[in-house]
Design a protein around this ligand. Sequence first.
Ligand code: URA
Ligand code: SF4
Length: 225
Amino acid sequence: MTDDRVAVLDGIAAQVRLCTLCDLYKGRTHAVPGAGDYHAEILFIGEGPGFYEDQKGLPFVGRSGDYLEKMLALIGYTRDQVFITNVVKCRPPENRDPLPDEITACKPYLDSQEATMNPLLIATLGRFSMNRYFPGGKITQLHGKPRIDAEAKRAYMPLFHPAAVLRNPTLEPQMAAAFKSIPALLEKVREMRGGNAPASSSSGGSTPPPPSKDKDDKPIQLSLF
Ligand code: URA
Ligand code: SF4
């Protein structure tokens, strides 16, 4: 596997940091393109940066981030072993919901990140990212119920937003159960892709995963605008 993906994903991040495609750029301290392992099997997608994320330029560094790390630890992962991003890369004022126009303006970046990483599992955090893959779906009905796309050889797992669980701790058992179902789901998708070795989930080291022998690796295309 020629590894163009690092260059492509770094390029997307650089574009995000300079982006003025929607008005959210006006209020940002730092854009938040996403962070983690570019070769991760799991891509987490949240809503948008909050106060601390905007200050640091990194996703999920506030209380929601601590909670996400706690959930990842249940299945033996650290945040460095997954990739985490958002549907909008700049902080909405006063942490309001992102507007449909802002999500649309920012979509090419997420589309390109997704296509370049080609993750086995996309886990959505909250309803804005869920709506990308489950249009019209209700989070209360869909949380923890994955869909497997046999053609793309990928799973989609809708999850509550960590902030929602922190606000409403009665959701915690459901959140933990959904995370605990992730390893088996990943294994299923790995088998669909021809039994590739796990990327970097269990080694614990920072070494890159072995080269993929996946014949289905699609050529990386960057078709932003
Ligand atoms: N909430 C989100 O949706 N994304 C972040 O990056 C942080 C908090
Ligand atoms: Fe650009 Fe997205 Fe930031 Fe809007 S939110 S300015 S589209 S990077």
